[in-house]
Write a protein that binds this ligand. Structure first.
Ligand code: GLA
Length: 391
């Protein structure tokens, strides 16, 4: 399928089709109409990676790839979830939910139901059909999109009376405690709270946010999916968390967000020192990029994106040869800046490209060697709307 001049093969925004499809599938599965249909987007992070688990700053934007969930209430304590991407549905009792129970993809749904129960929402059970339009394992926060679509649906159906921030926290807690992934809050906050046309500058300590219009004008923001499944993540991500906590403890600060570059010389271990340097300098870069966006000077953020990539590659060591090659190809093709985005260990890079340089960047990216599942795929994104009810 062609997506026009700014992509080499990923499907475009198919939200309307997804909604029709999910509704039909729900009727087939449950033999009744859903009570409603909710959607939550994936995200890319413009800058600020591995800062959220240090109470720092991030600057993500939602993208127009969605998880779509058709849901209807039950009152018998059972949950039945079908994913259009999985062969078998998952059926389980609310009271049976616990760490890794149920396992696999259904844990992201179960985790939210469990967490909402923990904070006093009376969930009676539900039937759900999910369509995952955010490619799993690509680093585009597909699991947060599942969690947030579920959270919003359950909040509406069971009158939770919770804010979007509360629902983001619930989705994160489900992921941490039931699925067992020790993530930060960026992805869930992006899926719940981003606004169309803006990137979200977020303080992950206070959850204070500022929606900064992302004036792309004659610029294009490209996503390059290098096609390697994220080699994760859990183990390596968790080790980075431990490194950062060790650094904060040694420096005597609550989190690395509170450390200054000048303090880092006190860290004895060289590796821990580099991890901390990434976090401290990345926080600084987020503040700088935010100040450029506030002044409508998006075209000038390129150098900060490049330095961010180098820091993630050399100091935090979460890039991969494929991501490095993608970033390099984008820069050689004329991108103003490029960096890996998200947790790393595979996944996606982003590139900020003047519109007339897009064909050359695309040509160079498409010419990169295949990393297993064909050459890297690339596509343009614009800032999309966060989670919402669509029917
Ligand atoms: C993953 C996590 C986020 C964040 C990023 C890295 O996406 O879910 O909380 O830590 O990695 O910035």
């Amino acid at each position: 399928m062609s997506d026009g001049p700014v992509a080499n093969g990923l499907r475009r925004d198919l939200l309307g089709d997804q909604v029709v499809h999910v509704r039909d599938a729900f009727r087939g599965e449950a033999g009744r109409e859903p009570d409603g249909i909710w959607v939550a987007p994936g995200r890319v992070n413009l800058i600020g990676d591995h800062t959220d688990h240090n109470d720092g700053f991030v600057l993500p934007l939602a993208i127009a790839q969605h998880v779509v969930a058709a849901v209807a209430r039950r009152d018998d304590g059972w949950i039945r979830v079908r994913s259009l991407q999985e062969s078998a549905p998952a059926t389980f009792e609310l009271r049976g939910i616990g760490p890794s129970e149920p396992g696999g993809w259904a844990g992201y749904v179960a985790g939210v139901a469990w967490t909402l129960g923990q904070v006093g929402v009376a969930i009676g059970g539900f039937d759900m059909v999910l369509d995952g339009g955010v490619r799993p394992g690509a680093g585009l926060a597909s699991s947060a999109a599942v969690g947030c679509a579920t959270a919003l649906a359950l909040a509406d159906l069971f009158d939770a009376g919770l804010s979007r921030e509360d629902l983001a926290r619930a989705a994160r807690r489900g992921e941490v405690e039931i699925v067992g992934v020790p993530c930060g809050i960026m992805d869930q906050m992006a899926a719940m709270c981003c606004r169309e046309g803006s990137a979200m500058f977020l303080d992950t300590r206070s959850l204070e946010m500022e929606h900064l219009p992302l004036a792309l004008d004659d610029l294009t923001l490209l996503v390059v999916d290098v096609g390697t499944p994220r080699r994760l993540v859990e183990g390596s991500y968790a080790r980075r968390l431990v490194d950062c906590k060790t650094a904060a403890r040694e420096l005597g600060v609550p989190a690395l967000r509170d450390a200054a570059l000048a303090d880092l010389g006190r860290l004895a271990d060289e590796t821990i020192g580099r991890r901390a340097r990434h976090v401290v300098t990345e926080n600084q870069r987020v503040l700088e990029v935010a100040s450029f966006l506030r002044r409508d000077r998006t075209a000038e953020i390129g150098p900060m994106l490049r330095v961010s990539h180098a820091s993630l590659r050399d100091d935090f060591e979460v890039s991969t040869p494929e991501l490095d090659a993608a970033v390099e190809a984008c820069i050689k093709g004329g991108a103003l800046g490029a960096r890996m985005t998200g947790a790393g260990f595979g996944g996606c890079a982003i590139a900020l490209v003047a519109r007339d340089a897009v064909p050359e960047v695309g040509r160079r990216v498409s010419a990169l060697p295949s990393a297993g599942s064909g050459p890297p795929r690339w596509f343009a994104v614009t800032p999309a709307q966060g989670a919402r009810r669509v029917a």
